[in-house]
Each structure stands twice: as C-alpha cells, then as structure tokens.
Design a protein around this ligand. Sequence first.
Ligand code: S3P
Length: 447
Amino acid sequence: MSHAANAPQRLTARRSGPLSGRIRAPGDKSISHRAFILGLLTIGETRIEGLLEGDDVLRTGAACRALGASIERLGPGSWRVRGAGLGSLPAPAETLDFGNAGTGSRLMMGVVGGHAVTARFDGDASLRKRPMRRILDPLELMGARVLEQGEGGRCPILLEGTPEPAPIEYRTPVASAQIKSAVLLAGLNSPGRTVVIEREASRDHTEKMLAHFGAQVRSETFGEDGRKITLEGRPKLAPRPVIVPADPSSAAFAIVAALVTPGSEIVVEGMMMNPLRTGLLTTLLEMGADIVELDRRVEGGEDVADLRVRASALKGVDAPAARAPSMIDEYPILAVAAAFAAGETRMRGLHELRVKESDRLAAVADGLKANGVDCAIEGDDLIVRGAGGQAEGGGLVATHLDHRIAMSFLVMGLASRREVAVDDETMIATSFPTFKPSMAALGAQFS
Ligand code: S3P
C-alpha cells in the first residue's frame, strides 16, 4: 500500500485540556528495519517482537521478501523471518519500492551492493529527492556498480552488487548511521575486514545487532567524539530473537506535548535510552523540563525506562552541534518546544536536516513563522525566540511528505492559542501509525 499515492488529508490540532495517562510509543524504526534485514541474511528462523508496523518498515519487509526471505506476521508486532542467508540472495524480480523510507533503501543498497544481484531502487517523491551518492560512493569502492541513476545519484537507481566486496577502510563524510550501516552490511559478505570510521558517533544499532546475530564486530572510540568499527567478513550468522524497544523519536512527540500543555502529567513507557538517541532528553532537561526516570531496565539488549513528564516552564538554551547525531530526528519537535520556552534557543549544526524526508530546516522555520513564532536560520543554525508559555498558532503547515513535520506541528496546536493545521497527515503512518489515537487517549484534540 502506498501512502504516496493517497490523497493528502488535512488534520487540525486544537488547544487541549491537561494531557494525562500512559503512552507507549511503537517499536523503534531503526531497529525494526535492521531486524528484518538481519533476518534476511540469517538462515533459520528469526523471531521479532514489538516491530514497528509502519509503512517504512513494511517496505523493508517487502524488499527482504523480494530478496528471498519468507516473512510472516504472527500477531501485533510479532513477526517471523526465514532468511535466504548471507551470500545466497536471489535477484529480485521487481523494483524495490521503498516509498518514503530513506533508512530502508540505504541499508538495503548495502546488502545488494555486497551480493551478486542487481536491483532497482525507487520510492516516493520525497525519497527521489534524497542524496544517495553518499551510499553509492563507498559501495563502488567495494566493487558494486551503478548501472542507472537519477540526476545527482538519486533514485531510481539500478545497482549491480559484487559477489566479493573488497574489504575497505571508510571514513564517513558526515555522521550518518545509514552510511555506516550500508558499508557494514556490504562488508558482511566480504572475504576480509571492513572498517568504518566516523568523526562523530552515530546510532549504533547495526553494530549491536550484528554482534547479537554472531558477527565479530568491534567498536572503539576514535578521537574525541568518533568511533571506529571493525567487522570481520563472512561470519556465520545464527538466528536470534529481537525485541524492539519503544522508539524515542516517536515518544518525543508525547513528551513535548505534555511539557507544553498546561497541567499535563503523563508516563511514557519503555522508551529506549540508548545514549546515541537521547540528545533530546538532555536538551529538554537543560531547558528546565520536569522529566523523571521511573524504572530503568534492560530489554532486548537496550536500556529502556518509563518517564514521568509534567508540564514545565521551559527556557531557551544553546544546543551544541556535537549533540546533533543523538537527536537528529528530533529537531522539529525540539523547535516546537523552543517556541513555548522563554527566550532564545539556538540549535547548531543542522546541515543534515536539509536532506531528510524534506528540507526540515526550511519546513520547520516556515511552519513556525506560519504560527507567529519568531525564528531565523543563520547558516546551519536554527534560532527560535519563544514567547514563554504559549504560542500563537493559527497557521496551516506544509508537511512536504514529512511525517515528523506533521506530528511536530500537531503537537504545537495542542497548546497554542489558535488551532494549528497540517496539510497532510497520511505520512504519519510511515513511523507512528497509532499517533492520532494514542495522543487522543491522553486528551489531545484533533479534527
Ligand atoms: C537512521 C539514521 C539517521 C536518521 C534516520 C534513521 C538509521 O539518518 O535520521 O531517521 O536508522 O540509521 P542518518 O544516518 O542519515 O543521519
């Protein structure tokens, strides 16, 4: 089912009473993609619990099927994958259509790039705008060939993989878990050792899951903020159960909604606390957010916690560029929090936001301005001057096929003087299909 093909649907959020109750965000999107992919590359039965059943992940599942996996849904969030196995993937008969999914398409390019198969990658209008050269460059170094590509190395792309990927040492040009993961996934089928060096550490779910499935992978610190990851090629992967924790990038919407909606108190359950994903929490705490960890524990190899969140008087802060990789998807909702804070918030080093599902830097600034919020873009920084307490609202926000822009501005509408509308809510299904009912259960008013 393609949401890209669906007619846009407008949705409006209006000032809501205090939010209260408990919410569990759906499974983490990054881990869900990787669970399907590792399942494909492993012979035997991989069981997944808590999978995000959003469009993006289901596209990756469909691509895994096209590459030889058999995949079954056993119940809500519960899936079984029988993989084709590393080194023995069949060529897909049809185009791998990733819809809106940047992560799925880029990781799968790594898989295809390291196998003797040729596959065509495509997606919706948003995916077709996203840069893929950053993935294709290292894959070409490993021996893959790009037979066809859209302008500037964009989708649609016809990629011919190599049966024997060259072992390389690769320094990622930007902190990107997607680039790192594509190289590691291609390197899995290499007869030698693949090394990826990143100047700033990005999310480490691929490394962790590879180790969980039995690969020999080592991660060391590199320089002040970086990492060096070393993977031994052609491991014998063994099926392992995967339990997917709640996605902090989705939980972020409920957290900020409770912080800015007066009188609110909610509990966010089972949120993943991987330090490479918690930059938003760090920043919100600096802003004066009343967020308390109730119960930290380990689930499925990741730290998780229940968080109690109470409405708070926030103040503006300076969010350093070095923190960007750990909250890269959270800037739209952080900008909304900043709109309710007293004083100026400066978010530094946001160049990567220009190449997400939309140009998020522009989309956020436009959305804030449409709702009467004083903001500016200076180079790669976003500056938001909050009035403290309340935002004006009253705007119609252009979402540009971007789920996080839609959800962020709907949250804004819950606490603004006037209602806030987004021009399209359909894309929310890519990452948080239950957003509307889950938020409504806390007291959010949408129409
Ligand atoms: C992701 C990595 C991030 C993030 C994306 C998911 C992943 O992208 O924005 O939503 O699962 O690896 P980059 O690695 O390109 O920064």
